[in-house]
Design a protein around this ligand. Sequence first.
Ligand SMILES: *Cc1c(COP(=O)(O)O)cnc(C)c1O
Ligand SMILES: [Zn+2]
Length: 388
Amino acid sequence: MNVTHLECGACGLSHEARRLLNLCRECGKPLLVRYDLEQAARTLTKESLRTRRADLWRYSEVLPVERDENIISLGEGWTPLLSAPQLAAQVGLKKLFIKDESQNPTQSFKARGMAAAVSMAKELGARKLAVPSAGNAAGALAAYAARAGLEAFIFMPKDTPRANVIECEQTGAHVTLMNGLITDCGAEVARRKDAEGWFDVSTLKEPYRVEGKKTLGYELAEQMDWELPDVVIYPTGGGTGLIGMWKAFEEMEQMGWIGKKRPRMVTVQAAGCAPIVRAFEEGKRFADEFPNAQTTASGLRVPRAIGDFLILDALRASGGTAISVTDEELIAATGEIGASEGLFCAPEGAACLPALKKLIAAGEVKEDESVVLFNTGAGVKYLESYGG
Ligand SMILES: *Cc1c(COP(=O)(O)O)cnc(C)c1O
Ligand SMILES: [Zn+2]
């Protein structure tokens, strides 16, 4: 509701909202949804939230769907922000939290983005949706498309975790496994989509997945009683969640919900695929494609991200940073988090822990600062990564 227009994240060009669009027609960069926030804030108040539904649609005034009957929901969002006292003691912090996104439908935070994207695709008249995916985006698209009565066409690398392939098959999607990486799958979708009549719902190649994922930022603020943490550590592939949270913070400030203070945003990537870390270190605004990308954390195996500049701008504006961790470190971290807090994290989520330890060792995170780690998915979907 309350959408005024779509705006290019790079050149600022305004685009009409109520049409199926992918990228900016001038420069080919991602489009972001803009709202009449004054209008939104009339009914969306902190007070009103107390009695609202316990999923991400509680923030409907700042979500793009116009008509409630187009909302395709499996109960996504409003996941717990768990305190992690034992892990906190081990690393020497006082306030450590884990936002547990494994509790979403299809067991990852991709459900947030796909709930919004599929709802909008339905509202705007798409019939066939296509996506390249490293795994969890595929599972989420398949599920939401099934529930919407739309067709899903999914392209994944053939070494994607088995759980992702099977869940897509069992939720009625057309699955194609490819030699290569997510970028090769994306090229295949781009090559065929016009002839096949597919709407491309690739990360940041349509405007609405970010809108679903930005609710992470709204929830974080609400669950922390409108006092954002000092540091957010986020396992970054395409960057939708990080870009979305940064956008949410801005919107909340404009609605008068929070002040100017922002968390320092920290991107974590795997050492075998760290294009954003490399660009951050080199002072670049756009990231070069990372050669020979390899990591068992499949959601992080994204060698090139179309929203690279939006991620890098947010990291720098927030005073944050970008860190890589090895596969050995992130796999070991799964057991540490599991044994101390009872969460079987996805390898991507586990990667936040070694990153945090590096920041503490470097004196970049202090003992009394509050830190939120994002467990973006469920370890049970990655049995191969754990010798299963
Ligand atoms: C997709 C994915 C990521 C990366 O998310 P982006 O928003 O693309 O950066 C991290 N963890 C898991 C489990 C994922 O599925
Ligand atoms: Zn543009």
